[in-house]
Write a protein that binds this ligand. Structure first.
Ligand code: GLC
Length: 705
């Protein structure tokens, strides 16, 4: 059940909600307050029209809440205050909040109750989840009103599914987007790009995607190529495609102010955000002085979308939407103020200066948004959090509809899953960040963004060989497996740390490719049924109370439990199994409960839940290289198991018309039967080899499909 509660008088349109059918609209009491029996009771509502501020206080019971997407801090969100104000916050300390995205959706897990709350407000928002421990929640916005949806259900899957009914189903990514991806800020020349690509093929390390960071552009001018360093970019793209690579390029929203530059000339006084005087607003980002498209406007999205499409037609397969919080290093006003301050500098002013000069990025700039106005007159601070969503939407809308793409964005708001996926921005090559990324990615799944990832290896700082191995092991069990690092840091391609480590890293990537049939089955099954690919364990084992306190293990698909090593020098770790499972390193069964498992450097603990199956294939250079026979690992302690296998063309949206195969494989006491749930996609006949692990030993069977 979804309830809608309105507070104050909302004056901005939600970009998140797409369907309000089947929703129960509740009526407030004369004070504008609500009570939902057994769930919560509002205490007070303060509407301060002068300050454009609303504060709601409520009595709430609970001690566990999960969600909010990729925020830092504890995985259980209870007991803390969170700010939703999309910010280019590039140091992810335990207290770094806000970050790039806003997903004001969380699920409260109480003793006998579970429900979801979605505060739909795209401007400045704070949610305090009982940080004083007095059973009080506080919601604060800068604006005239907001909408709240309360989603009830008996199971977590049901709550998430209803949230996705409200905000939209996930768009499907191409199958190749699950292959390994190599990035760096930057590969500076086409020669360097081709060399990196060639290394993957000659060293026989699988790889599907090469990423181009800002330096492919001419002076960071969006939709251009540097004429010297990427003189023959068409040839480069052709060569990469021929060798089985896809290419993904960064696009930033800031359009360089430069007479004669086509994108600027077309956009000026027409498509850009305004300042308070009605002139195009200007800020400084990579290219220097820039203006920002108003993606909230359909005509602007159309204009931008055509440019993206042109790049796509030239051979770019994926688009990486960055700096769209909006990240602004400084404005002219900031600089002038800073200049005034320097003359007679006092301590407080020095702090101000640091903030204004962008030393701490956008963090201090709560005011940013006051000075920006949208083309329809909306003040930017009321819709700031949807800027990135609409930028991604512009690319999505501009591209061919039936072809799947790799579209990701750094800044996002609820509903972003309709257009693409996300990565978690500028993490660091810190051990702590493997741990942190686990909870960020699990939380992204819980807010309905199924294609997600982080900079594997770490973006900032210098990675070490051991950290890279552990990061890559973790990265090989997340939806987007992309190694990316910042300019000036130690390079972290798989061959950068000598033969011993290259061998281990190659094996990690190869194993990812073996898992592709399982990963793709689980991903597409999730797309059809609203189940995230990467989830906390409790998502599939919610009856087991213990799973709710585990934040350093997760599930990849419905059947594999992953327990990464995230501390240096560690060669074993504790693992909790909510059900008997097959240790996939040792191929031995472990029963439900806690275990200390071995984890030598070359191994990541991971387990196949008993009663399920893991379809695997041969190693390939890239995902679509060829059709392979399938080997299915069957975890059948009691001689019984059920598995699934999904396939389609991996490239189009024809799955929506039912053009796919979904097989249910049932193994029982020496016999296997294949149930064809759907068989609408032609494929070459192939052999499946079943390796069945039972309590009495290994059995092997073959089936032709
Ligand atoms: C931002 C992005 C990062 C990118 C860099 C240069 O920091 O988050 O991924 O490499 O800009 O474009």
């Amino acid at each position: 059940m979804i309830f809608k509660l309105v507070y104050g008088e909302p004056d901005v349109i939600s970009e998140a909600v797409i369907s309000e059918k089947k929703i129960v609209v509740l009526e407030p009491n004369e004070k504008g307050l609500y009570k939902i029996e057994g769930i919560f009771e509002d205490k007070s509502l303060i509407i301060n029209n002068n300050e454009d501020e609303i504060i709601l206080k409520r009595k709430i019971n609970g001690k566990k809440a999960f969600g909010f997407g990729d925020k830092v801090g504890p995985f259980n969100r209870w007991g803390k205050k969170y700010v939703f104000w999309n910010t280019d916050n590039f140091i992810h300390h335990p207290n770094s909040d806000p970050l790039y995205k806003s997903f004001p959706f969380f699920i409260v897990v109480g003793d006998n109750i579970k429900y979801g709350i979605f505060i739909d407000y795209p401007g400045y928002l704070e949610i305090d989840l009982d940080s004083y421990g007095i059973r009080e929640m506080e919601i604060k916005i800068r604006g005239k009103g907001f909408v709240q949806y309360v989603i009830t259900g008996t199971k977590l899957k049901e709550i998430l599914s209803q949230y996705l009914y409200l905000t939209g189903k996930n768009v499907a990514f191409p199958k190749w987007a699950f292959g390994y991806q190599q990035s760096r800020w930057s590969y500076f020349t086409e020669k360097e790009v081709l060399e990196v690509a060639k290394k993957f093929r000659t060293k026989k390390i699988p790889c599907d995607v090469i990423w181009l960071d800002i330096d492919y552009m001419d002076q960071y001018k969006v939709f251009t190529w540097d004429k010297n360093r990427f003189k023959n970019y068409s040839k480069m793209l052709e060569k990469l495609h021929k060798d089985g690579f896809k290419v993904s390029a960064i696009i930033d929203p800031g359009v360089k102010v430069e007479e004669g530059y086509e994108v600027f000339e077309e956009g000026k006084n027409r498509y850009f955000l305004k300042d308070n005087e009605g002139k195009d607003f200007e800020g400084a980002v990579w290219p220097g002085r820039v203006r920002f498209p108003d993606f909230k406007e359909r005509k602007v999205r159309r204009w931008w979308g055509k440019k993206v499409r042109k790049m796509y037609e030239e051979g770019i397969d994926g688009f990486w939407n960055d700096m769209n919080e909006i990240s602004i290093f400084a404005t002219e006003k900031d600089i002038k103020e800073a200049q005034n301050l320097v003359k007679d500098l006092k301590l407080e002013e020095g702090i101000n200066l640091a903030i204004k000069a962008g030393v701490i990025g956008e963090i201090g700039r709560r005011g940013r948004g006051e000075e920006i106005v949208h083309l329809d007159g909306t003040k930017h601070y009321k819709v700031k959090n949807t800027y990135g969503l609409n930028m991604l939407r512009a690319s999505y809308e501009g591209l061919e509809k039936n072809k799947r793409k790799l579209l990701i964005t750094r800044s996002a708001y609820s509903g972003v899953q309709r257009y693409g996926g996300v990565w978690t921005g500028d993490n660091h090559s810190w051990w702590e960040h493997i741990y942190l990324e686990m909870s960020r990615l699990m939380s992204l799944g819980l807010v309905g963004v199924f294609y997600n990832g982080c900079d594997v290896g770490g973006f900032g700082g210098d990675v070490t060989a051991e950290l890279l191995v552990r990061f890559m092991q973790f990265g090989s069990f997340i939806p987007m497996f992309r190694n990316h690092s910042a300019i000036g840091t130690r390079k972290q391609e798989p061959w950068m740390f000598g033969r011993k480590y290259e061998k281990i890293l190659k094996q990690i990537i190869e194993y990812r490719y073996k898992l592709i049939p399982y990963i793709y089955t689980e991903y597409m099954f999730g797309i059809l049924k609203n189940i995230p690919l990467l989830t906390p364990m409790f998502f599939h084992f919610e009856k087991d109370e213990k799973t709710f306190s585990i934040d350093d293990q997760f599930m990849f698909g419905r059947s594999v439990i992953v327990a990464p090593v995230y501390k240096p020098g560690q060669e074993s770790r504790m693992v909790y199994l909510p059900k008997r499972s097959l240790d996939l390193n040792k191929l031995e069964f472990l029963k439900k409960g806690w275990h200390e498992v071995e984890a030598p450097l070359s191994k990541i603990p991971h387990f196949l839940v008993d009663g399920s199956m893991l379809p695997m294939q041969e190693v390939m250079s890239y995902v679509d290289e060829r059709v392979s026979d399938i080997t299915v690992i069957v975890s059948a302690y009691n001689d019984r198991a059920i598995g699934y296998y999904y396939e389609d063309d991996g490239q189009t949206n024809n799955y929506k018309k039912g053009m796919y195969n979904l097989y249910k494989i049932v193994y029982d006491s020496g016999k296997v039967s294949v149930i064809k749930i759907r068989e609408n996609y032609l494929h070459a006949k192939r052999t499946w080899n079943l390796k069945i692990y039972t309590r009495t030993g290994l059995k092997e069977l073959q089936v032709e499909i």
